[in-house]
Design a protein around this ligand. Sequence first.
Ligand SMILES: C[S@@+](CC[C@H](N)C(=O)[O-])C[C@H]1O[C@@H](n2cnc3c(N)ncnc32)[C@H](O)[C@@H]1O
Length: 192
Amino acid sequence: MTTIVNADYWEALWSGGRRYRHLDGAEARLMDARLGAGRGRPALDVGCGDGSLARHLHHERGYRTTGIDISPTAVDLAASHDARPGSGPAWRCADITTGDLTALPDPAYAVITCRLVYRWMDDKGAFLSRVRHLLAPGGIFWVITEIAGRREDTDPLHSLGISPAETELLTSGWSSVQTADLDVLRCFALRP
Ligand SMILES: C[S@@+](CC[C@H](N)C(=O)[O-])C[C@H]1O[C@@H](n2cnc3c(N)ncnc32)[C@H](O)[C@@H]1O
């Protein structure tokens, strides 16, 4: 049976208590070194989940951050960490693939992050076009994803890795592509 990965799928996981790999110190240091200080510039975290990465960019790195996720429970969870409404990142519940991008707080972002999300985009080409549309000239698209072949075939999570063709699609057409590896993950810094 094929699982349909849509808004209901993600909402069921979040409301059922499913959580994802934590943003640890090593990953955060790698990201911080590539992205630099925010100095109030806008950042967008796509598929923000419970908002850890967006909060890191906002509170630790000085980006004016927006987190967007398709799951209402994830967005509520993210917002529940804010000391008071409006004190943290802006949170939006929307589908990045079909939502009205003009409804986002900023027309263009100095940084767009996408952690453990790219693998789930059905039409990756269309998704990447929308990201490019939102990225400011000179901006950085920071993608964290599993890479195929990093787990044993018997590992139930082995299908989380993206294929070489999906990697090629992700990395084509940028003026600069830098990568860094973290166990099963690869981080990509992509510049228009
Ligand atoms: C594997 S989780 C990763 C969550 C978070 N980025 C993290 O690192 O913990 C994937 C997230 O992407 C969100 N998502 C999936 N498809 C989406 C879409 N089309 N638009 C917005 N968010 C989406 C899901 O709701 C889920 O929170």
